[in-house]
Design a binder for this molecule. Structure first.
Ligand SMILES: [Zn+2]
Length: 85
């Protein structure tokens, strides 16, 4: 039975063991002990502060809801802008 894959498999929330800059905004500092969002990339993990994490997640939810709405209405339009590289 084929497994249905998820689009969001590689994210976690953990606690920073040492202080470092947020990878979404170098002005954001993640302090030791702060919760942070971990996002898998090709080489390892990107880490974002919770403010950036909320923006990222809300944007992705909106994007997925947009796709779900397109599937619901059957309003599937092919444009070059939808092809992300
Ligand atoms: Zn940030």
């Amino acid at each position: 039975m084929p497994r249905i894959r998820s689009l969001v498999t590689h994210i976690e929330i953990d606690v920073a063991l040492k202080a470092h800059d947020c990878q979404g905004n170098a002005n954001h500092r993640i302090l030791r002990g702060n919760a942070r969002l971990k996002v898998r990339n090709e080489r390892g993990w990107d880490h974002y502060c919770l403010a950036c994490a909320k923006v990222i997640i809300q944007r992705d939810i909106a994007s997925l809801q947009g796709v779900a709405a397109q599937l619901d209405t059957g309003a599937v339009v092919q444009t070059e802008t939808q092809l992300e590289v």
